[in-house]
Design a protein around this ligand. Structure first.
Ligand code: ADP
Ligand code: MG
Length: 732
């Protein structure tokens, strides 16, 4: 068969369980409790319950069989009816465990290395010390092991490191930390603040996810007596609970710090994230955890001062802070009075790179002011923060944290290999700068859960060939109106997200779809568009309404592809294919959070996209393999084999600019003659509309006339003229 015809066929979907019997019951929005762990084996189950059970008898009883509290914002339960506004004040009867019992349980429940290994392996968790072997102080056991391997090789030299084979070196670097088998261990074994522990308990989670069970012990000091907190690089799937994994240790460290009587006030931890939406989501999560601990977490706002600028005096700090949470709002509104606003008195600052760098460089003679107190620096979505787009700002922030005890942790579901090297060299450079050369007591550890750079196995992927732009629009309408016979048999129920390649395309698609939802169902208010050209207030209003379930369909760009956590999101649509496999992983990962089943990721592709589809098809294929044999496969072998490979250069181009045809309308300006004509033709093809040019012009005129008449009326009555009704032109 003609290769082109093969390629232009949509993946032939076998009916997955999702689209058959009673699909609604399995949707993420149904809020059914699932197992948040993605990888389990019977062996691990047995070991964990053995250790978990022992603890259960020792610890204060809690209702372990309870279904996790549903925090699904699209569901009406007691807790989720309201949007996530800060700390909930309801404390129920979960009393913290008592300390005496804790000590017993610790002794009794420590696992041996074989058990740790079994549990970590079966959850697909791999922990590696990234230091040079010469820097790793070998324990007696490791020395022994290495001796053995040397004997086998019949080599006997004094210096062991250089002679180990690559495989042996890898083995020597592997670590098998004690896994956290239940959240109760946070208190019993790791002695975290009792208030923090009860705040965690209040979330109602029954078991730690993979990333939690492996990273929390490392960050909380481990069970080894002299364990030192490492710098940590974490790659763990989307929706696997990374936020809790970095917030608990950060908060606990600050509680300790406050209790130690240190007379330091100022920012002790900084969490850097790529978007404002993610920052505010993390602050909301954080507020639930800090309630009653005395720790304060703040969202970075425009004009906020985070450190004393040079020459400023301490008396600028007003000390009459009654209600902590209200203070944030005040700080936010002082955007203009930058110089006079008091320095924020928060312990944890959550920020985007640019906002913090702007604040640190305001009123500065040097490039950025330093933040001398920061002990924990967290980069969430670290790979994008260290991508060229944000890299300089992120590194500026990193360098501005000059405290010798700084620990850094980097988190994402995807990490390019360059990130590891960049992290290593930045840490080294920093240590040299502050005069600390040996980092033997302070390792850099890498933690990988599952397969690196892969999509979670619990969502269904649909790759749909739509031939043209028009075809995509038709395909999308079929998703919106599920009664229509759809060739690909996809059923996607709201709420869902639609991703486009650019802001103008998101705006255009939104105006095209605006009236697709019947008035009786809420009409155009059910669909919205969110992108970075909107004001902060507009963005947060839209997010609030989407979380509340008032907006059903949100058209957006990659601004929302990372970090966003809405458990009831039923799916995502890649209206335009993502610019890289990593972005696919993140976009798809907005659904299927915390192990929820039934989420769908639909990707439309056109003829122009064929060169770029293979890496996405590979991701889908890998995730379906992870799922095992029971799931239906949507990517057939023939498709994978016939799709062309993209060169490295092609990949870089795509990552930078996206599919060119969709960018054209921006660039035509300067061109002349035939080139221009040709590009204009292509741009027209890439336009989002089902209407002909003639119809569009007609409509345009009509709208213009209406708007003009409205403006005249408004002007006559003295009202402010809103530009809402004006024609924003579909990309031309
Ligand atoms: P990630 O950052 O890894 O993408 P998040 O930290 O946003 O994931 O967490 C995803 C969702 O999972 C959140 O809604 C969170 O409340 C929930 N969650 C976190 N830990 C658990 C757990 N142990 N059990 C069940 N749900 C959890
Ligand atoms: Mg996250």
């Amino acid at each position: 068969m003609d290769a082109f015809r093969l390629l232009t066929r949509s993946a032939n979907f076998k009916k997955a369980a999702v689209s058959t019997a009673d699909p609604a019951a399995r949707l993420p929005s149904a809020g059914t409790a699932t197992n948040p762990q993605l990888f389990r084996t019977a062996e691990a189950d047995e070991l964990e319950s053995k250790h978990g059970k022992k603890r259960k008898r020792l610890a204060v009883t809690e209702d372990d069989g309870a279904i996790p509290a549903d925090l699904d914002f699209f569901h009406t339960t007691k807790r989720s009816a309201a949007p996530p506004t800060g700390a909930s004040t309801t404390k129920d009867d979960q009393t913290p465990t008592t300390e005496q019992r804790d000590d017993d349980s610790e002794e009794e429940d420590t696992m041996d290395e074989v058990e740790c290994r079994t549990i970590l392996n079966s959850h697909k968790i791999k922990v590696t010390d990234l230091r040079d072997l010469s820097e790793i102080q070998p324990t007696a056991a490791e020395k022994e092991k290495e001796k053995e391997s040397r004997k086998k090789k019949k080599k006997s030299k004094k210096d062991k490191a250089p002679e180990l084979s690559k495989k042996e070196q890898k083995r020597a670097r592997r670590m098998f930390p004690q896994p956290l088998v239940s959240f109760k261990e946070l208190r019993t074994r790791y002695k975290i603040s009792s208030r923090l522990a009860s705040n965690v308990a209040e979330q109602g989670f029954t078991m730690p996810t993979e990333v939690q069970l492996s990273s929390l012990p490392l960050l909380l000091g481990g069970s080894a007596k002299n364990a030192s907190e490492p710098d940590l690089l974490v790659v763990a799937p989307t929706g696997s609970g990374k936020t809790l994994s970095f917030l608990i240790p950060v908060i606990n460290k600050i509680v300790r710090h406050h209790h130690s009587g240190a007379d330091e006030h100022g920012i002790l931890s900084v969490v850097v994230v790529p978007t404002k939406e993610l920052a505010s989501q993390i602050v909301n999560e954080g507020r639930k955890l800090v309630a009653g601990t005395g720790v304060k977490i703040t969202l970075m706002k425009k004009g906020m001062r985070v450190v004393e600028s040079e020459g400023a005096t301490a008396n600028e700090e007003s000390d009459a802070s009654g209600s902590e949470d209200e203070e944030d709002e005040e700080e936010g509104s002082k955007a203009k009075g930058q110089n006079n606003s008091p320095v924020t008195k928060s312990d944890i600052l959550v920020t985007t790179p640019l906002q913090l760098v702007n604040s640190l460089s305001a009123n500065q003679t040097k490039s950025v002011a330093s933040m001398p107190l920061v002990r924990s620096l967290v980069f969430d979505e670290a790979d994008v923060l260290l991508d060229p787009l944000f890299r300089e700002q992120t590194l500026d922030i990193w360098r501005s944290c000059v405290h010798p005890d700084l620990r850094v942790s980097l988190w994402s579901a995807t990490m390019g290999s360059n990130i590891e090297e960049l992290t290593r060299s930045t840490i080294k450079e920093r240590l040299e700068k502050i005069g600390q050369t040996s980092n033997t007591l302070h390792p850099l550890v890498r933690l990988v859960v599952g397969l690196k750079d892969s999509a979670v196995p619990n969502i269904d992927h649909r790759l749909v060939y739509a031939a043209t732009e028009q075809g995509k629009l038709l395909g999308l309408r079929q998703l919106l109106h599920p009664t229509a016979a759809s060739p690909s048999d996809v059923r996607l129920r709201p709420p869902f997200l639609i991703f486009t390649q650019t802001i103008p395309r998101a705006v255009a698609l939104h105006s095209e779809l605006k009236y697709d939802i019947p008035a009786e169902a809420g009409g155009s208010s059910r669909i919205a568009v969110l992108h970075s050209d909107l004001s902060d207030n507009q963005r947060s209003d839209i997010m609030r309404d989407f979380r509340k379930g008032e907006i059903w369909i949100l058209v957006t760009t990659d601004a929302l592809s990372r970090g966003l956590d809405i458990k009831g999101l039923n799916g995502i649509v890649n209206y335009d294919i993502p610019n890289s496999a990593a972005i696919y992983v993140h976009r798809a990962g907005r659904t299927g959070r915390a192990g929820r089943e039934g989420g769908i990721a639909v990707t439309f592709y056109t003829k122009e996209d064929i060169p770029y589809v293979k890496s996405i098809a590979n991701v889908i294929d890998a995730s379906e393999k992870l799922r095992g044999t029971d799931g239906a496969k949507s990517i057939q072998k023939w498709l994978l084999e016939s799709l062309p490979d993209l060169s490295k250069k092609g990949k870089q181009e795509l990552k930078k600019h996206g599919v060119r045809a969709r960018q054209l309308s921006k660039q035509i300006g300067g061109k002349e003659g035939k080139d221009k004509e040709q590009e204009e033709r292509e741009a027209r093809k890439a336009r989002i509309s089902t209407k002909s040019g003639f119809e569009r012009r007609l409509e345009n005129k009509k709208k213009g006339a209406i708007a003009a008449s409205r403006n005249r009326k408004a002007a006559a009555s003295g009202d402010a003229v809103s530009d809402d009704g004006s024609w924003d032109g579909l990309e031309d």
